[in-house]
Design a protein around this ligand. Structure first.
Ligand code: FES
Length: 577
């Protein structure tokens, strides 16, 4: 508060001074045509934009940002748009996840270094949501997410097809000889037919739903299709609301409480959301020192039914989900069954229950009623055992019921190159009881923990009609993928975790009900194998990848960089030139 009784915002340290520094800060901004009264002490709202033509899911964001600006101007704020590192899941190599933490640094430092009082985070493609939220959390200023929205449903040969999910299906049908290459190529143009992100309940839709469940977006944000005019309205309203949030000093730490994370975990279970939510929610919580661990996902999610009948667990797509009622309808169902912290605060200043208690469900096939769920017990199961002492994850709703309790002989791939080389080798001894093991694809091993855990089956088995095998790795899996896939095995092989010591022919036991993942090898033999093991060398001698390799944490705590964990606040330690 200043001496004249007006609230003094952070930006006043830049624009509110009648001296050389104030002159410099205002004068250069004026070259964009802003009149002098925008520096009259009104809140400056950063619009943190991940627009990029190399992130096709976010390619409509320049237009969407204009709608946010309209709302900011209308509410009496001063909008300033700024770009940050954009992560295109479909394009980046070796994997966009390698750069999530780098992008979060860009966001954090951009906010802190500039005269920003509140920020609208423009999120879309998978990693653009966690990276922006992580960066804003480490500054702890008022923040609100506007998602880009999903693409319209894909349409091929008269039926709906879903991003990712049907690519996996089609490619296996080609390998099995049930689909021609020409048909496969035709489907390509039928899948991604509008702006927006993947329209399955993949990682982008999951993370958009997570921010809504956390209370970090306006209600209904997650599911509105990118091209629906109501998406632009949502952006406009977000622009208006962030100005009020700054006046109320409603910071991100007021929203992202332990209760909010517990709500998000349950919403993820009810949606059949991506396993990637585990790693991203852990990393976001770590930025604000909110206590959250792997077991919370199992404890809170295991008795929660999956209600959303969406690919990859179910049948429908995000456009259908929006018309059915979207996340608010799911939140209402959870709240009516004692599975929601109803008092959790959201960015509009109301509790999540005030926002959702009257949310309608317009389609009981897309959002199933509580007594007729898609799956009685949804959620993500956390497995432990001598093969994953620090945990591993599996998504039961995307797995085959017959494989949930299974023992089989291991086929072992030392890394992704080994897998590609040998998967269709006729000498590979694979049958329907085999357990496929992939090593060295964890945070350090790949590096970046790529989405390769749902490795395709050998063509010889696909041709025999086998459609699923137990697959185990330290990798992640695309949220659009499915199968009996054990992921995030921790500690990873590249640092000498037990996974590193599995050998061809070992017997592995999986029991999801008992949460058990067991390697049937004696401790004496494991001791011998450990002495033979050699660590994986760093990927590069320098650059970001070396920094990442030296500092990345394991999957069970969110795979953040060790020096980025925590909230460093928004205060700049040194002033101007
Ligand atoms: Fe961007 Fe799927 S590739 S959301």
């Amino acid at each position: 508060m200043s001496t004249d009784g007006k609230v003094k915002y952070r930006s006043a340290d830049w624009f509110g001074k009648a001296d050389k520094d104030g002159f410099g800060h205002r004068s250069w901004m004026r070259n964009q045509g802003f009149p002098g009264d925008v520096f009259d002490g009104r809140p400056v709202i950063g619009i943190c934009n991940t627009w990029s033509e190399l992130t096709p899911c976010n390619a409509h964001f320049r237009d969407l940002a204009e709608h946010v600006k309209r709302g900011v101007w209308q509410a009496g704020g001063f909008p300033v748009e700024f770009p940050v590192t954009s992560l295109g899941e479909a394009i980046m190599r070796p994997t966009a996840m390698l750069f999530r933490n780098l992008a979060s640094m860009d966001v954090e430092e951009s906010i802190r270094a500039n005269p920003i009082d509140g920020v609208v985070l423009m999120c879309g493609c998978d990693k653009t949501t966690p990276s922006l939220v992580m960066g804003a959390a480490s500054c702890d200023i008022p923040a609100l997410v506007v998602s880009g929205g999903p693409m319209l449903n894909g349409k091929y040969q008269g039926r709906d097809i879903g991003s990712g999910t049907d690519v996996w299906r089609f490619s296996e049908e080609v390998k099995a000889g049930h689909m021609s290459l020409q048909q496969f190529m035709e489907a390509e143009s039928c899948m991604s037919r509008s702006p927006g992100h993947c329209m399955t309940m993949g990682t982008a839709s999951t993370m958009a739903s997570m921010v809504e469940a956390l209370g970090l977006s306006l209600p209904g944000n997650a599911a509105i299709p990118a091209v629906d005019s109501r998406r632009a309205v949502m952006a406009h309203l977000a622009g208006r609301r962030i100005v009020e949030m700054v006046a109320e000093d409603l910071r991100i730490s007021c929203i992202l409480t332990r209760e909010a994370f517990e709500n998000a975990i349950r919403v993820n279970a009810a949606l059949g959301g991506s396993t990637n939510a585990v790693i991203h929610l852990l990393a976001i919580a770590g930025r604000l020192a909110v206590p959250l661990c792997l077991n919370d996902f199992d404890r809170l999610g295991h008795d929660c039914p999956t209600l959303a009948n969406l690919m990859p667990s179910g049948q429908y797509l995000m456009e259908d989900f929006y018309y059915a009622g979207g996340v608010p309808a799911v939140v209402r169902a959870l709240g009516e069954h004692n599975m929601l912290h109803r008092d959790a605060l959201t960015v509009n200043g109301k509790t999540i229950w005030e926002n959702c208690r009257e949310a309608p469900n317009w389609n009981a096939e897309v959002i199933r009623p509580w007594d007729r769920p898609l799956l009685e017990r949804g959620g993500i199961a956390i497995l432990r055992g001598n093969l994953a002492p620090n945990g591993a994850v599996i998504k039961p709703s995307a797995a085959s019921p017959r494989l949930m309790r299974h023992a089989g002989r291991a086929i072992v791939f030392e890394n992704i190159e080994d897998y590609k080389l040998r998967i269709d080798d006729p000498a590979l001894e694979a049958d329907e009881n085999s357990v496929m093991v992939l090593k060295n694809c964890g945070p350090k091993g790949y590096p970046g923990m790529a989405e390769v855990g749902n490795m395709g089956l050998p063509a010889s088995l696909l041709k025999r009609g086998v459609t699923d095998l137990v697959r185990i790795s330290d990798a992640r899996m695309s949220g659009t993928a499915y199968g009996t896939v054990v992921l995030h095995v921790c500690p990873e092989a590249a640092i000498g975790g037990p996974l590193a010591h599995v050998r061809e022919g070992d017997r592995i036991e999986l029991d999801v009900e008992q949460r058990r993942l067991h390697l049937d090898v004696s401790e004496e033999e494991m001791g011998r194998r450990r002495t033979d093991w050699k660590p994986v060398p760093p990927p590069m001698v320098g650059g970001y990848q070396r920094l990442y390799f030296d500092h990345v944490l394991q999957a069970d705590t969110g795979a953040d960089l060790d020096f980025l964990v925590g909230c460093r606040g928004h205060v700049v330690t040194r002033e101007s030139h």
